[in-house]
Write a protein that binds this ligand. Structure first.
Ligand SMILES: Nc1ncnc2c1ncn2[C@@H]1O[C@H](COP(=O)(O)OP(=O)(O)OP(=O)(O)O)[C@@H](O)[C@H]1O
Ligand SMILES: O=P(O)(O)OC[C@H]1O[C@H](OP(=O)(O)OP(=O)(O)O)[C@H](O)[C@@H]1O
Ligand SMILES: [Mg+2]
Length: 281
């Protein structure tokens, strides 16, 4: 049985569960269910706090986990990134009152509030800055107003939370994060782990690509293939009409309308675009 850790709440929880659902794994019936046994897929899903997932996986108690890259670094657990999952993108940044600081070196001797003490501590050490790290559990943006800290280091996505409390980011981003699949560092892959990777990659491809079908005059096929090269090369089949062929290829979802315009320009007809429901490349 492959044992997989899934975030039970927070920013990654819903998207992680949707991705596993699209990859064919069983869903939990309600948000109080902590373990789901999926015997059809020979795996067990453990719903855990995102912050704890790297710890369980690093200890080797669980074979795989979905967490944030920032949380993996922060934990210092002996776990490693296997693949990025394309959601939960954020940056980890310093913020303070507008104009108060301009870079990490301004923070020497000051207090910085964060819920990512491990990640921040490593960054300060790398930069040779001696500051006091105030570890909080969440809502760290309020720490400056309440006089607990001079600056904060926190997750920023849209920047709305910072704007709402009148803070501004400064300096270079400390880290770029997104949801990732992790395993224990250096450990051999458990049974079923490769299958999990293939399924998740399939979900990413099905999300990022569409299938395009069209008819084109045979003498223009080279131009058409240059526009839709496909993965291994497009499928070209004869049409029951003299001098015409049918073409089928995968194209990136982003920009597929431009591809359709280009095909139309070279005389393609009956151009159809369909979503890919599932895929294994
Ligand atoms: N607004 C956001 N947009 C994108 N990713 C985010 C956002 N907030 C947090 N994350 C990411 O989600 C992961 C988990 O953070 P999250 O805030 O959900 O955990 P938590 O703070 O422990 O839980 P909670 O907020 O429920 O107490 C981290 O990798 C973080 O970078
Ligand atoms: O830039 P934004 O789009 O505003 O998103 C960033 C905010 O989202 C997260 O907060 P969360 O809701 O997880 O609360 P927490 O601080 O208690 O973890 C994070 O800690 C930031 O506060
Ligand atoms: Mg949070």
């Amino acid at each position: 049985m492959l044992r997989i850790a899934v975030p039970n709440k927070g920013a990654l929880s819903e998207a992680a569960q949707t991705m596993l659902k699209e990859a064919g794994y069983r869903q939990r019936r309600d948000s109080k269910e902590l373990v789901v046994v999926d015997s059809e897929n020979s795996c067990e899903l453990f719903f855990l706090r995102p912050r704890d997932i790297a710890v369980y996986v690093g200890e080797g108690t669980l074979d795989a986990g979905i967490t944030g890259r920032d949380m993996l670094f922060d934990s210092g657990a002996p776990a490693e990134e296997v693949m990025p999952l394309g959601f939960g993108r954020s940056t980890f940044r310093f913020a303070s009152a507008p104009g108060a600081h301009s870079g990490v070196t301004d923070l020497s001797g000051l207090r910085i509030a964060t819920s990512y003490a491990g990640l921040l501590g490593k960054h300060l050490a790398d930069q040779g800055v001696d500051a006091r790290v105030i570890k909080l559990d969440g809502a760290v943006e309020t720490a400056i107003r309440l006089g607990v800290a001079d600056a904060v280091a926190d997750v920023v996505e849209t920047g709305t939370t910072l704007r709402n409390v009148g803070l501004e980011v400064f300096g270079e981003p400390i880290a770029h994060s997104e949801a990732i699949l992790i395993k224990r560092a250096g450990a051999p892959e458990a049974n079923g782990f490769q299958q999990l990777i293939r399924r998740l990659q399939g979900v990413l491809v099905a999300r990022d690509f569409v299938m395009i079908d069209y008819d084109i005059r045979a003498e223009r096929i080279d131009e058409a293939i240059a526009i839709t090269p496909g993965m291994e090369g497009p499928t070209v089949s004869p049409l029951h009409r003299e001098g015409w062929v049918a073409v089928r290829a995968m194209v990136p979802r982003k920009g597929h309308q431009q591809v359709m315009d280009q095909l139309w320009e070279i005389g393609a007809k009956a151009i159809l675009v369909t979503a890919i429901f599932a895929c294994r490349l």
